[in-house]
Design a protein around this ligand. Structure first.
Ligand SMILES: Nc1ncnc2c1ncn2[C@@H]1O[C@H](COP(=O)(O)OP(=O)(O)OP(=O)(O)O)[C@@H](O)[C@H]1O
Ligand code: NI
Length: 358
């Protein structure tokens, strides 16, 4: 198999604050292959945005610092790139779409000008040709009357239309990877579905890799090929979307999935609160809230990523979980329920289904 498009290994991004060191991302690994959609899920403050920003080193240093690990894009170590190379990577081969479209658009230029810039930064094309492509892109992201709207300023677009412009801008240089951080939370569900469909079409046409950060497990079910579940800066579970929804392994994942309509009782909340980002618990970071925690979960480091299924590969692509019950000598039925079909699920787990998992 060829190298993954993006490979993140044991990434650690910390912030030095007056309250202490915030271990926002604390040893996170995942891959994104060409043409694949990987979703990162986890509750607020778990480090999703910081991980996404660390890929092209967008985290402001200080207070942030990438203190460990490795990010490889198309085989190249991103930490070895010059500032010039990094700038051309961002908004070039890696397109970012952030939660707030406002921050991605410059209010003093027309959207057409900004998309042209995004094209011409990476390609030697004439103004006329770039403008034509800008119109075409606006049209493709579903902006009506694109030939006229191309000369409008960002403030002349509604929130949903603005986010489409941002997507058009990210797509302008034909990126190999799109990193989209909650690109649709601020949008109504119809527009959200349209944007997701658009990304899907682009992916099909160009084989683009997509890293999508979202709270919304409904979106995950719809678009993900693989899922990475993060909690307090650590990966709890990763794997194929079907395997993960069919046989969720980590108690945290199971609690999250219980919030989906038609699963669990849909009304539970995770008891307790997120751990302190400056002083996270030893052992599994989820243990203080886990109904299945045993002594082994409370000491040492986060458990290694154990294969979930029989004969499951230990590699980056397989279904793996950071839980001692799936480790050597462990008994997964403790988590799955004695008959293995998850019947005990939902009783002690209290995951907040409101707010974050809209
Ligand atoms: N500039 C900063 N200075 C200090 N701490 C920060 C900074 N940026 C992020 N953090 C901390 O890093 C942790 C991870 O934040 P992050 O924004 O990545 O979470 P998230 O998973 O994206 O959450 P959300 O779903 O709310 O967007 C949080 O504890 C946050 O407070
Ligand atoms: Ni975020």
């Amino acid at each position: 198999m060829s190298d993954p498009l993006l490979s993140v290994r044991d990434l650690k991004t910390h912030f030095r604050t007056d309250e202490g060191t915030v271990r926002a991302v604390d040893g996170v690994s995942f891959d994104v292959n060409r043409g694949e959609t990987v979703c990162v899920v986890g509750e607020s403050g778990s480090g999703k945005t910081v991980a996404a920003e660390s890929i092209t080193r967008l985290v402001s240093e200080p207070p942030g610092e990438i203190v460990g690990g490795e990010v490889r894009f198309d085989g190249r170590d991103v930490s070895e790139m010059s500032d010039r190379e990094l700038r051309s990577l961002r908004g070039g081969r890696v397109g970012h779409v952030f939660q707030n479209p406002q921050s991605a658009l410059n209010p003093v230029y027309t959207v057409g000008w900004q998309i042209r810039e995004a094209i011409q930064l990476h390609e030697d094309v004439s103004d006329a040709a770039a403008r034509e492509r800008a119109v075409d892109l606006l049209d493709r992201v579903g902006i009506p009357d694109a030939a006229r709207r191309v000369d409008d300023y960002p403030h002349e677009f509604s929130g949903g239309m603005k986010q489409r412009v941002v997507v058009a801008m990210a797509l302008a240089p034909n990126p190999d990877l799109i990193v989209a951080d909650e690109p649709t939370t601020a949008l109504d569900v119809t527009i959200q579905a349209q944007i997701l469909r658009l990304l899907d079409r682009v992916q099909e046409e160009f084989g683009t890799g997509i890293l999508l950060i979202t709270h919304d497990l409904g979106v995950v079910a719809e678009v993900a090929d693989r899922v990475v579940v993060v909690y307090a800066g650590k990966v709890m579970e990763a794997g194929d979307v079907f395997e993960m929804f069919d046989d969720p392994a980590h108690p945290y994942t199971r609690a999250l999935l219980d919030c989906l309509p038609g699963r669990g009782d849909g009304a539970t909340t995770i008891g307790g609160s997120s751990p302190s980002p400056t002083d996270p618990p030893a052992g599994c970071r989820f243990h203080p809230r886990c109904p299945h925690a045993v002594a082994e979960c409370r000491a040492g480091d986060q458990p290694p990523m154990n294969p979930v299924g029989e004969g499951e590969s230990e590699g980056e692509g397989g279904h793996r979980v950071s839980c001692v019950h799936f480790g050597p000598g462990g008994d997964p039925s403790v988590v799955r329920g004695s008959n293995g079909d998850g019947e005990t699920r939902g009783d002690a787990n209290d995951v907040n289904c409101g707010g974050e998992t809209r």
